[in-house]
Design a protein around this ligand. Structure first.
Ligand code: C5P
Length: 219
C-alpha cells in the first residue's frame, strides 16, 4: 500500500520558469509549464510529506501542499535556501534563468531611437548547485537536466558538478515528452547505480517513480 512513506519528512520542490524583468512590462523567461513540479508536489503529498512548492506559475490547488509564489531566480534562490534549512529533500524542477538583465529600466523602454537594442546579461546564482554544496548528511537533492544533445553525458556531469544525489535527464528534442506535455520520458541518474531509463509516462507516474527512488535512499 502507498502512503506514509514520507510522513514527517519535509520536501521542497521548485516549479515553473523564473522571470527576469527588463522594464516594468517586459521580462525574459524559460519555457516551462510547471507541470512536472506540480506532479512531484502531488506525489509527495500522497506519501504524507510536508510539501513546500516554490513556483512561478499557479496551477491547480493541491491538498497538503504549501505554495510560495516567486518571480525571479534570485527570489527563488532566497526562498529555497530558507526553506531547505530544515528540509529532508529538495527537488529542483524549475526552469531557472541562468542570466538576468544587468539593469532593470525604471520606465518602459521606448522604441524611439533604437534601431538595434543590446541587452547586457549577468549570471544568476545556480540554486541547485548552491543547495547541493550546502546540504548536510541525510538531506537529499534532486535536479533535472533538459538537454537536446548528449543527454546522458551532460546529465552525468551536472550530477557531480552540482553535487546532487539524483539527476533526472530529459531529452527535450523528443516531441513526445517535456515542456507543455502531460507526459515525459526521463532517465534517472544517481550516485551509485546505473542510469535507469523510464518509459514515456504521464508526469504524475514519473513523479511517483522519482519519489520511490528517493524514499529507498532515505531508508
Ligand atoms: O545547468 P542546467 O540549467 O542545465 O541544470 C538544470 C538543473 O539545475 C535543474 O534542476 C534546474 O532547476 C537547476 N538550475 C538552478 N539554477 C540555475 C540553473 C539551473 O537551480 N541558475
Amino acid at each position: 500500500a502507498r502512503g506514509g512513506e514520507l510522513k514527517g519528512k519535509k520536501i521542497v520542490i521548485t516549479a515553473g520558469g523564473t522571470r527576469e524583468a527588463l522594464d516594468p512590462v517586459r521580462y525574459l523567461t524559460n519555457r516551462s509549464s510547471g507541470k512536472m513540479g506540480y506532479a512531484l508536489a502531488q506525489a509527495a503529498a500522497e506519501l504524507g510529506a510536508m510539501v513546500v512548492l516554490i513556483t512561478t506559475t499557479k496551477r491547480e490547488e493541491l491538498y497538503g501542499v504549501r505554495e510560495i509564489v516567486v518571480t525571479s531566480t534570485r527570489d527563488m534562490h532566497a526562498t529555497v535556501v530558507q526553506e531547505f534549512s530544515d528540509a529532508d529533500i529538495f527537488i529542483s524542477s524549475a526552469a531557472v534563468s541562468d542570466y538576468r538583465p544587468a539593469s532593470q529600466a525604471e520606465n518602459k523602454i521606448k522604441k524611439v531611437g533604437h534601431e538595434n537594442l543590446t541587452i547586457e546579461l549577468i549570471q544568476n546564482p545556480d540554486i541547485l548547485s548552491d543547495i547541493g554544496h550546502i546540504k548536510k548528511a541525510g538531506q537529499i537533492v534532486v535536479g533535472f537536466a533538459a538537454e537536446t544533445q548528449n543527454v546522458l553525458a551532460s546529465a552525468q556531469k551536472k550530477l557531480s558538478k552540482k553535487n546532487a544525489d539524483f539527476l533526472i535527464a530529459n531529452d527535450v528534442s523528443d516531441v513526445d515528452g517535456g515542456f507543455d506535455s502531460d507526459n515525459n520520458k526521463v532517465t534517472i541518474l544517481s550516485r551509485d547505480k546505473d542510469p535507469e531509463k523510464i518509459e514515456l509516462l504521464p508526469k504524475i507516474d514519473i513523479a511517483r517513480t522519482i519519489l520511490d527512488r528517493v524514499v529507498k535512499t532515505l531508508a
